[in-house]
Design a protein around this ligand. Structure first.
Ligand SMILES: C[S@@+](CC[C@H](N)C(=O)[O-])C[C@H]1O[C@@H](n2cnc3c(N)ncnc32)[C@H](O)[C@@H]1O
Length: 278
């Protein structure tokens, strides 16, 4: 993990279709996140800080875990997406979830949280260890630090169909994230970030959804991910919208998987958690 002088440009952009993609992504990784919360000890009655709430999916799941006696504070630097998050929380009638707009590293937050949680957010920060160091100061003694982050390293090395379109997409995807300044190996680097932040060594797990059957929603999700990436890919001169042809992309990936009989894996997520000393 390289600590950088500046944050990554938000690689996926800020469009309405990107908000929809985040919700789609959350459905595909829902099991990963729920198992992670169970293992890390997020429980009934807790007060939890959700870092980089996006469209509110993590906060919604946390609200289920902490129940009506607990509460969730979600923070995002993008005030527009928090409107969607708030609407979704209101639609299911949770009254114990609050969203605050701002940069998590500079907001003046209470210091009595039972847990601080984040999914796919440290990867956009210039210095993830520095962010964790600050976030740990927002916890009560014995509080939990729990982060779920993507990792493109093992993905690229082995675990994909090794077919022409999949190989091209992985290369384009990696390049655009790299150019934007995002940490491509944030999952594997969670261990280092925790230790450099002075936190206990985290307990880690690795998981990724895979698909092969015709109606797997992951094909559409992959295509929509590239839909969000098109503006930066064009700006960086990596590929054009015509080359990507996102409207036909899901079908083309599915056809390649069917023909090769090799399932495709979505980017793996690594989860890491640790508890502070009591
Ligand atoms: C990929 S989205 C993930 C959203 C959500 N955690 C999920 O998994 O569905 C990352 C979010 O983190 C937010 N973010 C990035 N850096 C942030 C920071 N320093 N403080 C607060 N939010 C941040 C972005 O605005 C974006 O909405």
């Amino acid at each position: 993990m390289s600590n950088q002088s500046r944050d990554a440009e938000y690689t996926m952009g800020r469009s309405e279709s990107e908000t929809e993609r985040l919700i789609e992504q959350s459905q595909l990784y829902d099991g990963v996140t729920r198992r992670f919360f169970l293992r890390s000890g997020i429980a009934n009655g807790m007060k939890v800080l959700d870092v980089g709430s996006g469209a509110g999916d993590v906060a919604l799941t946390l609200a289920e875990f902490v129940g009506p006696k607990g509460n969730v504070v979600g923070v995002d630097v993008n005030p527009d997406i928090l409107k969607t998050a708030q609407d979704r929380v209101d639609a299911v009638g949770f009254t114990n979830v609050e969203f605050i707009s701002g940069d998590i590293r500079t907001l003046d937050l209470p210091n009595d949280f039972d847990a601080v949680v984040g999914r796919l957010v440290l990867m956009y920060m210039a210095d993830p260890a520095d962010a964790l160091r600050y976030l740990a100061t927002r916890l009560r003694p014995g509080g939990i630090v729990a982060f779920q982050e993507v990792d493109f390293t093992p993905y690229t090395a082995a675990l994909h169909p090794d077919t022409p379109l999949a190989n091209q997409l992985i290369e384009w995807g990696r390049t655009v994230f790299e150019r934007s300044g995002a940490h491509l190996e944030m999952g594997m680097d969670l261990y280092k970030a925790f230790v450099d932040a002075g936190l206990p060594e985290p307990t880690l797990h690795f998981e990724a959804p895979m698909g092969g059957h015709e109606d797997w929603p992951g094909y559409e999700y992959l295509a929509n991910s590239f839909r969000s990436l098109v503006p930066l890919m064009e700006a960086y001169g990596i590929a054009t919208a015509d080359e990507l042809d996102v409207d036909t992309l899901a079908g083309r990936i599915q056809a390649e998987v069917s023909a090769s009989k090799r399932p495709i894996m979505l980017p793996p997520h690594i989860t890491g958690y640790a508890s502070l000393a009591s």
